[in-house]
Design a protein around this ligand. Structure first.
Ligand code: SF4
Length: 290
């Protein structure tokens, strides 16, 4: 079994991986956009983003100065010895990672605005749990969510009479209104159905799906493709310079809804979709992947 100290150092490496190295699926999509983009200015901007990605990886420095707020998505077997101390371990790993990588401290008190100095604070890092009965495994995904792309995020509970068409209109209008501010090209997560908090959770988790994957339900997969097309027709382009690359992907996740409500939530991420996953098996074998 891994020691607590070893687990902390593996988590620090997982945070480092997320901060300095863009996942290959996201980089691949940016490369494809660069090849297919017709606007010269948009191509230049995509080239600069690709150079930034390469430099960050080579020099081992963060892809962006904005650390974002840090969330962890944990899948833990109920037999894992780390369940009880994990929240404390995650905070410790964030504190060390902030100092060692280094990461800009971003967590400030809601009333005083005072920065905690180490990217931890009340409910931060946020931890989402999924427990797997009778297993001894641990899978921790770290997600660094940039602040610039937070402003367009929203949730709304519509009447079913308004339904899907209205929800999609809201998504496109919100992206259009915020223009270059969330640092496009964007990855857009949309959550539908459930209660408002379920829709928000689905929208954020949708960002963690591999870029290029489609919703397994064919009508929702078609909706993803149609929304991507529509958003790219807005012509905002990378960092607002115009062109067809406003978004890299739209991911939709849906829950059953109450007959009287139609919840919709949108979670937006800039091109710097920083995530990495640490997996530990029962024999202590581990892997960090993106
Ligand atoms: S929104 Fe993304 S690219 Fe823009 S400053 Fe924040 S992390 Fe960086």
């Amino acid at each position: 079994m891994l020691s607590e100290g070893r687990l902390i150092s593996l988590l620090v490496e997982t945070i480092r991986k997320a901060a300095v190295s863009l996942p290959p699926d996201v980089e691949r999509r940016i490369r494809e956009a660069y090849v297919n983009e017709e606007s010269g200015r948009a191509r230049e901007m995509l080239r600069a983003i690709l150079d930034n990605i390469k430099l960050a990886r080579e020099k081992g420095v963060p892809l962006c100065q904005d650390t974002g707020l840090i969330s962890f998505y944990v899948r833990a077997g109920t037999k894992s010895p780390f369940i009880k101390p994990l929240c404390r371990i995650l905070r410790r790993a964030v504190t060390i990672a902030t100092k060692e990588i280094p990461l800009r401290p971003n967590a400030v008190d809601i009333l005083t605005g005072v920065n905690s100095g180490d990217n931890t604070g009340s409910f931060i890092p946020w931890v989402s749990w999924e427990l797997i009965p009778d297993e001894d495994l641990l899978e921790v995904t770290v997600f660094l969510k940039g602040g610039g792309s937070e402003a367009p995020c929203f949730s709304e509970v519509l009447s079913p009479a308004k339904g899907l068409r209205w929800a999609m209109k809201l998504v496109v209008n919100t992206i259009a209104r915020h223009g270059p501010n969330p640092c496009p090209p964007l990855i857009i997560g949309i959550g539908l159905g459930g209660t408002f908090d379920i829709a928000c959770n689905l929208a954020k988790k949708a960002l963690l799906r591999p870029i290029g994957s489609l919703n397994p339900r064919s009508p929702l997969a078609k909706l993803e493709e149609a929304m991507l097309e529509l958003i790219n027709e807005l012509g905002i382009g990378p960092y607002g310079v115009g062109g067809r690359t406003t978004a890299l992907a739209v991911h939709v996740e849906a829950a059953h809804r109450h007959p009287a409500t139609f919840s919709v939530a949108m979670c937006v991420n800039c091109w710097a979709l920083r995530r990495a996953t640490l997996s530990i098996g029962p024999d202590g074998h581990w892997a960090i992947r993106q």
